[in-house]
Design a protein around this ligand. Structure first.
Ligand SMILES: C[S@@+](CC[C@H](N)C(=O)[O-])C[C@H]1O[C@@H](n2cnc3c(N)ncnc32)[C@H](O)[C@@H]1O
Ligand SMILES: [Zn+2]
Length: 429
């Protein structure tokens, strides 16, 4: 991880000692008066689950087994951060559900303290039960965990006012609500991590550009690589908010999962504005020839395709830089191998394959987006070749080419669409 552990001026005051909760963050009385009978009744409906050897119960609370890979990635990232810092992490799990992430951050992710929050008070007995099984509430005299039930935005604002900052803030939200982006950034330590989620596939698909503009500041139009656009829209939104606060963020990893769909990005916060303008711009797609390219702000007004068409669909501004940090993802892969998490027999659970794909995607010569092999074959009027054959042919000719973790039957390449068609024709004849 890059060493960005500088301290910005407003963070030079010593943080409040954490015990007990400051008065303004104490639980409202109704959270505290759950009777033992009521708690036991809720816990009877427990469903036992296990992820990477960590046991917890879910009951009827929101829990998706399919998201386990997203949690694995977060744990690998936080553990690496823990190793780099040489101390335990302070983690804020702002929308914790049954607290599976909180439990895993405590047991596996190098957290010395976890703040588990969920606006729904009905989660409380389950969260308490799961956290109690993972770690005692206090270790020596220090709190290991605390549970609250605030709206995330209020929690971030209160934490900021109390000068409570975190090494990792995890926001596992539904939909495309980005209203908490700025307040969340305010409680991430410099050099710390922010794990964001969006499930707004309609916005990334270009079906409601006014919504994506309001939420992430990006006017998104329909494009054939919309699921990568979803990741770039989310990163771009955070880039914009961080910049307004005098910070910058850069992706540690970005992960698209088709269950949902779900877009997740782990970002690292840096102090000071970065010159991100070259990586925050516009992506164009030509419906006539299928070519896509990026445009910078000063190219606005002169957008056209090399095929001569001016009917280029443009989305942006979005993040146009790399989706991951190659250095960080390599470390995550090493750790996954060290822990025996990398190789599994399960098709959906192959971290080794996923992290290697992410490393391939980091090639700086690769532009944003991907091309579906079927689209090239359709334009070439031949059957689709195997993805690996096409990638090899492109690489032999000196082009950058890789698979995409977002779309299995697609390639990422800096080879223009017209030349891709010729390669496919050559392979097929
Ligand atoms: C996707 S679930 C969380 C799942 C959990 N992180 C996991 O990995 O299994 C989202 C949770 O956020 C909570 N929630 C929704 N809006 C919230 C808000 N504005 N502030 C805090 N919690 C919220 C919901 O009650 C729900 O439990
Ligand atoms: Zn064109």
């Amino acid at each position: 991880m890059t060493s960005l552990f500088l301290v910005s001026p407003h963070r030079t005051l010593p943080p409040l000692s954490f015990t007990p909760l400051s008065k303004s963050l104490q639980l409202p009385p109704r959270c505290q008066i759950q009777t033992r009978a009521r708690i036991e009744a809720q816990l009877t409906a427990s469903t036992s689950e296990s992820e990477r050897g960590v046991e917890f119960t879910t009951g009827d609370l929101f829990y998706r087994r399919e998201s386990a890979t997203a949690r694995d990635l977060a744990i690998l990232s936080s553990s690496i951060s823990h190793r780099h810092l040489g101390r335990g992490l302070r983690v804020l799990d702002a929308m914790c559900g049954c607290a599976v992430r909180s439990v895993r951050y405590l047991s596996q992710g190098g957290a010395e303290f976890v703040w588990a929050n969920d606006a729904f008070e009905g989660c409380r007995p389950r969260i308490l039960a799961n956290l109690s099984s993972a770690a005692p509430r206090f270790s020596r005299d220090a709190r290991r965990w605390v549970v609250t039930h605030f709206h995330a935005n209020r929690l971030f604002s209160e934490c900021y006012l109390q000068k409570e900052f975190f090494d990792l803030v995890d926001i596992d939200s539904f939909g495309g609500d980005s209203s908490f982006l700025r307040s969340a950034l305010c409680v991430v330590k410099i050099g710390g991590l922010l794990y964001l989620t969006s499930t707004d596939g309609r916005s990334s698909g270009g079906h409601r550009p006014s919504r994506s503009l309001a939420s992430y500041g990006a006017y998104v139009r329909p494009m054939p690589f919309s699921n990568e656009i979803g990741l770039r829209m989310l990163i771009g939104g955070a880039v914009r908010e961080a910049s307004a606060l005098g910070f910058h963020v850069s992706p540690v990893f970005s992960y698209y999962s088709y269950h949902g769909p779900v877009f997740r990005v782990m970002l690292q916060l840096g102090n000071g504005k970065d010159d991100h303008m070259s990586r925050y711009g516009f992506i164009g797609y030509c419906n006539k020839c299928g070519h896509s390219q990026t445009f910078s702000w000063d190219e606005l007004g002169q957008i056209s395709c090399p095929c001569g068409s001016t009917k280029v669909v443009v989305s942006g501004p979005l993040w146009t830089g790399p989706l991951h940090s190659a250095e960080n993802v390599r470390e995550m892969l090493e750790l996954a191998r060290e822990w025996g998490w990398a190789y599994t027999n399960s098709k959906n659970d192959d971290l080794d394959k996923l992290l290697n794909l992410m490393i391939d995607e980091c090639d700086p010569q690769l532009p944003p987006g991907y091309i579906k092999v079927d689209e090239i074959a359709r334009r070439a009027k031949v059957n689709s070749p195997p993805v690996s054959t096409l990638i090899h042919a492109l690489q032999v000719e000196g082009y950058a080419a890789s698979r995409s973790h977002v779309e299995p039957n697609a390639i990422k390449t800096n080879c223009p669409m017209a030349s891709c068609i010729n390669f496919v024709l050559k392979i097929r004849t």
